[in-house]
Design a protein around this ligand. Structure first.
Ligand code: ZN
Length: 316
């Protein structure tokens, strides 16, 4: 049987100034900062993780804040939109909240029977809220009341010049199946399907090529239950000729990376061990966590990072 992934694990994007990033994802979208660590490949830069209360796979959005990096350009060969789900009954709450927080959004529209609000985060990252049936809990103790909280990732949209090759990789080797189609867009689902397990592939033959930088997505990670399943995917894509990395220890999950035929960087990440591996689940994200191999440089790393303040909702 072909290897399987169960949907989205996380999305990682590049932001500018870190405080502005925290202010938006916690203060506006109401997600929990579940981990404050550094980019393991560039330890003097933060790596910030947002998610539901536990940072469950499928709810995680992460950022490398590169305060001085140039703005990127959204285009072909990229993940062009990251969508979060909100309860179907919370559309009114969210339109009001976005207006109140000064976030300009486009006219709500329908996609595959669900209403979508589209806006940019403070660094120009294309983001959506999709009003959906979603049984996940979201972050229940955050700045947004539990009944309205963001439930997690809904789907991601990849823009690729030749959709067939990307589609073939997803269906033949990553466990996705086609579930819907509309003009220029095909939706795939993995595992149990539904929000958090959906990927849209958008035909981008006439799009300009994207360029990596602030306000663009760096990669999308798909989830596997364990390292065995990860190795099965690794073997499969290596046999197909993809240039796949060895298994890397990301402390909160194990990862492999390869570029899909359209140019988007894919990661396959394990569900375990998760964010409670080095921090009390009640205090996730409160202190700077470093992997064991960087602890010896803590003093120097801390000195290079700006302090961050996590917003709490001002009482009305
Ligand atoms: Zn990643």
């Amino acid at each position: 049987m072909a290897p399987q992934t169960q949907g989205i694990h996380h999305v990682t994007a590049i932001s500018g100034e870190p405080q502005r990033n925290v202010d938006f994802y916690v203060g506006v979208l109401g997600m929990r900062l579940v981990k404050k660590t550094v980019n393991f490949d560039d330890p003097e830069t933060y790596h910030l993780y947002y998610g539901d209360g536990a940072g469950s796979p499928g709810t995680i959005m992460t950022f490398f804040p590169w305060a001085h990096a140039p703005r990127g350009r959204i285009g072909a060969g990229q993940l062009i939109v990251t969508s979060f789900s909100i309860p179907a009954t919370s559309l009114g709450y969210w339109t009001e909240r976005l207006v109140e927080k000064g976030v300009r959004f486009e006219k709500p529209r329908d996609r595959f029977g669900e209403t979508v609000l589209t806006f940019e985060d403070p660094d120009g990252l294309r983001t959506e809220l999709v009003a959906a049936e979603d049984g996940r809990a979201g972050y229940r103790e955050g700045p947004v009341p539990a009944e309205h909280s963001v439930r997690g990732l809904h789907h991601v949209a990849l823009a690729v010049e030749a959709t067939e090759r990307t589609a073939k990789l997803m269906t033949d080797s990553l466990g996705f199946r086609q579930v819907a189609e509309t003009e220029g867009r095909v939706r795939f689902a993995a595992g149990e399907g539904g929000p958090g397990a959906l990927v849209d592939v958008v035909g981008a033959a006439d799009f300009p090529r994207g360029a990596m930088g602030v306000g663009t997505v760096h990669h999308v990670a798909f989830r596997v239950p364990d390292e065995g399943a990860q190795l099965a995917v690794r073997e499969e894509v290596a046999a197909l000729g993809y240039n796949v990395t060895p298994v890397l220890d990301r402390n909160y999950f194990r990862s492999i990376y390869f570029r899909e035929p359209g140019g988007v960087l894919f990661e396959i990440a394990t569900d375990p061990p998760g964010f409670a591996v080095d921090e009390d689940p009640d205090h996730l994200g409160e202190s700077l966590k470093l992997p064991p191999w960087l602890e010896k440089n803590r003093e120097q790393i801390e000195a290079a990072l700006p302090p961050l303040r996590v917003p709490v909702e001002e009482s009305a």
